[in-house]
Design a protein around this ligand. Structure first.
Ligand code: ZN
Length: 180
């Protein structure tokens, strides 16, 4: 089998500015949420293009769902997307959010009938891992990221991630935060 190396693009999304978080911002965030029995509806700004809940903070516009995910799980979704199980783009209920990739989002949309046509979002799934990528994967695992979205993001099998997590492979490699 011919293997292909993919370049992991991290330009599209940014890590949350966690070191800049203030109680004032956190209060501002939750003041914009209307918690119903199911979805927690965003009362703040909605993006014009796609209708997602957004909030500005430290000079940048963010998807509100990313903060909601962080506030509950203490994990920055970066570099993954926060996707909705409820299909409601203004929902910030963390129990309706899961981490995934662009490919997951496209598949999800196709399954739910929001998009038609071939899945162009899926990345090739035959990355050759090296120490550099492995150190990042180990870091995401140490932060509580789930194995399935990680496998998809890095373009490897879930078994590959499981083996790595159990120390069956790449034993000597130390976890390293990709943002540093
Ligand atoms: Zn919801």
């Amino acid at each position: 089998m011919e293997e292909k190396r993919i370049i992991v693009s991290m330009n599209k999304l940014r890590p949350l500015p966690l070191d800049r978080l203030t109680q004032k911002f956190i209060d501002k965030f939750w003041n914009r949420v209307n918690k119903t029995n199911t979805c927690w509806l965003w009362q703040g700004t909605i993006s014009i293009a796609k209708g997602y809940a957004i909030i500005s903070f430290v000079g940048t516009v963010w998807y509100a769902s990313r903060f909601a995910y962080y506030f509950r799980h203490r994990v920055d979704p970066y570099p993954l997307l926060t996707l909705h199980t409820c299909d409601n783009r203004i929902c910030v209920n963390p129990t309706h959010l899961f981490l995934g990739t662009e490919g997951d989002n496209t598949n999800d949309m196709v399954n739910k009938g929001r998009a038609k046509g071939p899945d162009k979002g899926t990345k090739p799934s035959n990355t050759i891992l090296d120490e550099y990528l492995v150190s990042h994967i180990k870091w995401y695992l140490s932060q509580g990221y789930q194995q399935r979205p990680l496998a998809k993001f890095f373009g490897v099998s879930q078994t590959c991630i499981t083996d790595l997590n159990r120390g069956k492979t790449w034993k000597g490699i130390v976890a390293r935060d990709p943002k540093i």
